[in-house]
Design a protein around this ligand. Structure first.
Ligand SMILES: Cc1cc2nc3c(=O)[nH]c(=O)nc-3n(C[C@H](O)[C@H](O)[C@H](O)COP(=O)(O)OP(=O)(O)OC[C@H]3O[C@@H](n4cnc5c(N)ncnc54)[C@H](O)[C@@H]3O)c2cc1C
Length: 302
């Protein structure tokens, strides 16, 4: 690989353990792994890699289960790489690798309101955009003015929310807007309404305290495993079937929050996936509801 700028490019690693890069702290390896030094390095890397090489974009791995057989692709980590943030005429322009909680703090400090929900989402803005992440009644795409995307060929585009079908934890480029290969998010322009800095800071503190009280943050996890079914809550269904505390190997349905699966130390991705499947079949059999994972399951089976 040609360095982007001599001495200023990331390191291409082989056979990288993905357990070090996902919040579940479990899973297989990536065939190759690259963390660019910055945006230009990432764009040069895209051009330099053979066209047939598959790339997989990773944020903070807080919504990912990587199967034991690993990812047969080059994983490109945006966290720590695309990290610029700037204000432009009352809007925040943020690169895809910036952690969401940082955006919440920046917006609060500037006296904006509405970004507080991001404080407790432990992902990057790229992952937040890809998932339409949200909580407490807010979702990221409510605040998006524009996104900048890049595709595998290195083509850059600016897009507006109107180019996407946006739903609950789902974002898809509209069919008629697809012009080439898959597009990834490089940066986003966000607008939050004017508010009050102290009110926003207080709300952040209170939302974080609520999370500590409700979520098993003391164990590795990936947030809510299942999407909530229409008109209901996955956690209630799981708890209603007596599945709290159910264990497969080192994976356990959290005793604190039934829609979380925690890694009690030695969980494998297979333990977690079997537990997911077992929850699904019990809920279908006992409640007649088909639960769909919110977490993305990627990679090859062992
Ligand atoms: C304790 C905890 C609490 C959580 N609470 C919430 C919550 O309240 N609400 C919520 O919605 N989620 C929550 N999550 C889940 C998770 O944090 C979000 O889904 C987050 O958006 C994932 O971001 P990430 O950077 O970690 O993405 P990753 O897990 O790294 O990737 C997720 C997906 O996004 C894709 N992706 C990543 N970057 C890009 C990019 N630049 N362009 C295109 N695609 C990209 C990846 O390829 C992958 O398919 C929680 C997770 C944890 C561990």
């Amino acid at each position: 690989m040609m360095p982007a700028h001599q001495g200023d490019s990331g390191e291409l690693r082989r056979n990288e353990p993905m357990s070090q890069h996902v919040s579940w702290r479990a899973g297989g390896r990536a065939r190759q792994f690259y963390r660019p030094r910055h945006r230009e390095d990432f764009l040069e890397f895209l051009h330099a890699r053979p066209a047939q090489e598959t790339l997989f974009l990773l944020g903070l791995g807080s919504n990912l289960l990587v199967r034991e057989g690993g990812i047969d692709a080059t994983v490109v980590q945006m966290h720590g790489a695309l990290k610029e943030v700037k204000w432009e005429e009352g809007c925040l322009r943020i690169e895809a690798g910036v952690p969401a909680p940082k955006v919440a703090r920046l917006a609060a400090r500037a006296g904006c309101s509405g970004a507080e929900f991001l404080a407790g989402i432990p992902g990057t803005m790229g992952g937040v955009l890809a998932m339409n992440a949200g909580c407490y009644g807010a979702e990221i795409w409510n605040f998006v003015c524009q996104v900048e995307t890049v595709d595998r060929l290195g083509v850059l585009r600016w897009r507006t929310p109107g180019d996407y079908d946006i739903g609950y934890r789902s974002v898809r480029l509209r069919e008629e807007c697809r012009l080439g290969p898959e597009e990834w998010f490089l940066s986003v322009l966000l607008h939050f309404p004017e508010g009050d800095a102290e009110t926003a800071r207080t709300r952040i503190r209170s939302l974080l305290a609520q999370r500590v009280a409700d979520q098993p943050l003391e164990f590795p996890n990936a947030g809510s495993v299942f999407r909530n079914p229409a008109g209901g809550y996955a956690a209630r269904l799981i708890e209603g079937c007596g599945l709290k505390g159910k264990r497969i190997g080192g994976a356990e349905v959290s005793l604190k929050h039934a829609n979380f699966i925690v890694n009690r130390g030695q969980a494998t991705a297979t333990d977690i996936e079997i537990l997911i499947a077992e929850i699904q079949s019990r809920i279908l059999a006992e409640k007649g509801v088909c639960l769909h994972p919110e977490v993305r399951i990627v990679g090859e089976r062992a």
